[in-house]
Design a protein around this ligand. Structure first.
Ligand code: F6P
Length: 402
């Protein structure tokens, strides 16, 4: 490298460092909130943010309580220091609390004796300013990132950190929380295997996954399921029943099905425990596992049981993978602040921590590709996803996955 090029490069580096330190000098106080459904790893992010902000950059950190709700009703916040986050990397849930109800982009406001739905993100912005917060770190999924983007567009410097057990957020290869949830679901399938085998039964496990079937698909592969049903592929019930019946005929006297809560039969509808509200509030999914189990039992005459894993998938300590990912995300979120890069969300690409715009992360969900590698892997093993166009399996004995 010539001396001239070397000098120019050093000059550029110095200018960038000066610019970034100028930016970091202006920042005194940052805040962090956790929004949407909780998941293992949230506390590890909080710990990493507080430690990096305090120890590396000297920023003050404030924790906002209950997600964006804490910036709407009473400006609920508290100072966080390294003492407050000691040992948090192992703790499930979130010490700040969270909320996945009352979307500020469509918030119920009482006007006279009527309830009207309004965008109240302007109030959030006012409260952030009143608290003297220079930058907000929003940790959450798709819903939280949409609110974060709205707040950013109203002039607040924001950095996003992606979380969700569903792993459905675009831009990042993986969200933290997902690995813990899949591990929990796989563990459940392993347990169901032994009892299904003993009693010669079909065991159906309903797992989370509102719009995307990552948990069902990957736990199903890891846990040796025979049937995997996901929201991305409308399933043909006859294919499912034939598959289970054929297994029985060929001597496999038990079968296991992993079913995402958002799975939907061909020509049918998703099954809700509580229907979506007329005002747009999301419904509560639940019941597809039982629906499938009852029909399998009727069609095949095999004794069938159902287990619903529910919030066990969201609770408890994070796996090692999730602790590390959450920690790396937390550190990088503060690095982004120091570099003055706002409106961006940290992410994992391959094995590297990177970042992309929050705007691109909320454009669309990261759904399972019905013809992608992971689905083809499952089908190569002889697992049925109940798709009408799936090629019939070879000799059932060769396809035994249980
Ligand atoms: O988005 C994560 C998720 O776990 C979904 O899979 C599920 O439908 C939803 O949260 C349930 O949320 P809650 O029971 O907290 O309302």
């Amino acid at each position: 490298m010539s001396a001239r090029v070397k000098k120019a490069r050093t000059g550029k580096k110095k200018a960038a460092a000066k610019k970034s330190s100028r930016k970091s000098k202006k920042i005194k106080r940052i805040a962090i909130l956790t929004g949407g459904g909780d998941c293992p790893g949230l506390n590890a992010v909080i710990r990493a943010v507080v430690r990096t902000a305090n120890l590396l950059y000297g920023y003050e950190v404030y924790g906002i309580e209950d997600g964006f709700d804490g910036l709407l009703n009473g400006r609920r916040h508290r100072r966080l220091t390294t003492k407050d986050v000691r040992g948090l990397q192992v703790k499930g849930g979130t010490i700040l609390g969270t909320s996945n109800r009352g979307n500020p982009l469509n918030y119920p406001v009482k006007t006279g004796d009527r309830i009207v739905f309004k965008n109240v993100t302007g109030d959030i912005v006012k409260n952030i300013r009143k608290l003297g917060i220079d930058v907000l770190i929003a940790v959450g999924g798709d819903g939280t990132m949409k609110i974060a983007q709205a707040v950013f567009e109203k002039g607040i410097p924001v950095v996003g950190v992606p979380k969700t057990i569903d792993n459905d957020l675009a831009v990042t290869d993986v969200t933290f929380g997902y690995n813990s949830a899949v591990t929990c679901a796989t563990d459940a399938l392993d347990k169901l295997h032994t009892t299904a085998e003993s009693h010669h039964r079909v065991l159906v496990l309903e797992v989370m996954g509102r719009d995307c079937g990552w948990i069902a698909l990957e736990s199903g592969i890891a846990g040796g399921a025979d049937v995997i049903l996901i929201p991305e592929i409308k399933f043909d019930l006859n294919k499912v029943c034939d598959h289970i019946y054929n297994r029985k005929v060929s001597g496999s006297r038990f079968s296991i099905a992993a079913v995402a809560e958002g799975a939907c039969p061909l020509g049918g509808k998703k099954v809700y425990e509580k229907d979506p509200g007329a005002d747009g509030t999301p419904g509560r999914l639940g019941g597809i596992g039982r629906w499938v189990a009852e029909r399998i039992s009727l069609c095949t005459s095999i004794d069938t049981r159902v287990a619903v894993l529910g919030h066990l998938q969201r609770g408890g300590i994070p796996t090692t993978f999730d602790r590390i990912l959450a920690t790396r995300f937390g550190v990088e979120a503060v690095n982004l602040i120091a570099r003055g890069e706002f409106g961006r969300m940290v992410c994992l690409r391959g094995r590297k921590i990177s970042n992309g715009t929050i705007k691109s992360a909320v454009k669309m969900l990261k759904v399972v590709d019905p013809h992608g590698q992971m689905v083809l892997t499952a089908e190569a093993l002889g697992i049925t996803l109940g798709r009408p166009d799936q090629a019939p399996p070879g000799h059932p004995d060769d396809r035994h996955t249980g």
